[in-house]
Design a protein around this ligand. Structure first.
Ligand code: GLP
Length: 262
């Protein structure tokens, strides 16, 4: 697993990495996240699209997760988040946008169908994600099976509290969601996880320095052949200085991507 702490912002770095990968493959199959950390990355995607540098017309996109019981058009649904931050501003085809349907009558079937759709698309080339304060990927909460597939999850109190900032009281986030499983995520060819702020520092320490364990789901990235965490200095504040130095001085394709933006 690679950690990169770019001099540019985490979102700008992620957008540059996307452009790099797009230049090599125009019909990428993406997996995309929601969350505040991803907003700047999407702004970067939109800017690159408006400049004519990238086109989404042959891109397929699968979202990592969605709340159960929330209509797609609800302002706090992840579907609305994606429309507002990305899909409404780029040339992606409607039929190439895939989101789990949290209002499906048969959630178990919906999860199986989602897995099938990913498979039919040829699998995920490039997966972007955020990380929860408790180390969750998508909505795979602590103690999720590390080989799980798309499934329904019960959110922890901490996650509900962390995500309640997007809901106007007295509304609160639902306590269940559909998420790609950890195994689904690990099947992607390349995984790019974004982390910013001190709130993510403990999760980042567990991800980079801890053992692979279900308590910190993000630690599963350690067994993936091409996983990178893009983090700011605050998110790295719990790392041992030697760990930080090691990754900071590493010269490889990920450090080259940063150079394109400096
Ligand atoms: C939610 C999403 C996660 C995301 C996390 C991080 O919990 N389900 O997929 O990683 O938010 O959000 P933020 O970037 O707002 O901290």
């Amino acid at each position: 697993m690679r950690l990169i702490v770019p001099q540019i912002s985490v979102g700008k770095y992620a957008a540059a990495l996307f452009k790099e990968r797009f230049n090599k493959k125009k019909n990428l199959v993406l997996a995309l996240p929601t969350g505040e950390t991803a907003v700047e990355m999407y702004a970067g995607f939109v800017k690159m699209h408006k400049n004519g540098d990238v086109s989404f017309k042959n891109i397929k996109s699968f979202n990592l997760d969605e709340y159960v019981g929330v209509e797609a058009c609800h302002p706090q649904s992840y579907c609305s988040f994606m429309q507002n931050n990305l899909y409404n501003h780029v040339d992606i085809k409607k039929e190439n946008i895939f989101m789990p349907d949290g209002t499906a009558e048969d959630i178990e079937k919906e999860c199986l169908d989602y897995e099938r759709k990913i498979k039919n698309a040829g699998g995920i080339d490039l997966l972007f994600g955020g990380v929860g304060q408790n180390g969750h990927l998508g909505f795979n909460e602590p103690y999720s099976a590390l080989r799980s597939r798309t499934h329904k999850v019960f959110l922890t109190k901490n996650t509900i509290a962390a995500n309640s900032r997007f809901f106007t009281p007295p509304q609160t986030p639902p306590d269940t969601a559909i998420t790609m499983g950890v195994g689904t995520i690990l099947d992607a060819n390349e995984i790019v996880i974004l982390a910013s702020g001190f709130k993510k520092a403990e999760a980042l320490r567990a991800a980079v320095e801890g053992p692979v364990c279900a308590k910190w789901v993000i630690s599963a990235l350690q067994i993936h052949p091409k996983a990178v965490i893009v983090a700011d200095a605050a998110a790295c504040s719990n790392l041992e200085p030697a760990t930080f130095e090691y990754f900071k001085n590493l010269k490889d394709e990920y450090s080259e991507i940063e150079k394109l933006c400096l």
